[in-house]
Design a protein around this ligand. Sequence first.
Ligand code: FMN
Length: 160
Amino acid sequence: MTIDPKEFRNTVGCFATGITVITTVDVDGAPIGLTANSFTSVSLDPPMVLFCLDRNVASFDFFAVDKPFAVNILASDQMDVSNRFAKSGPEKWDGFEYDTWGSGVPILQGCLANLECRGDSIIDGGDHVIVIGEVERMASAGEDVKPILYYRGAYGEVST
Ligand SMILES: Cc1cc2nc3c(=O)[nH]c(=O)nc-3n(C[C@H](O)[C@H](O)[C@H](O)COP(=O)(O)O)c2cc1C
């Protein structure tokens, strides 16, 4: 069967996900970040997570083994944050405040959860790579804070 790329995208888009902004820093310590819905947990012991990184994005060169990155899981009121980091260019950080923990990578405010990780391995995945990280620190909001969802190319919210 020949797989049409558009139909493939539509088909995998049937899988509802949350949305994250993955952050790190460049060689000068300037913030790097991109919206990603390919996040998942990998291992409980040791605690590991992954996301898939497009080989063609500007952020590509800034993720590496042993380098820190953060996964910022967006809350339902952060659609603007998702849209901001789904664009290319350093101006996406203009006027955008964030915290840092031990490693110095941006920890976004107002998220449902944040995980600070260290790059463990980077695996080939076609036109993407799979970035696996070990979680070193994390925090999450109370149950009153709900996630933003992504389903069939559109944003949504949980209805409970
Ligand atoms: C909902 C959503 C999910 C996305 N998920 C991913 C992803 O998992 N991996 C990825 O590399 N890009 C993903 N993107 C695209 C990047 O956010 C986009 O290419 C961004 O411009 C990359 O920033 P950069 O060019 O500054 O690196 C997603 C975009 C949206 C809107």
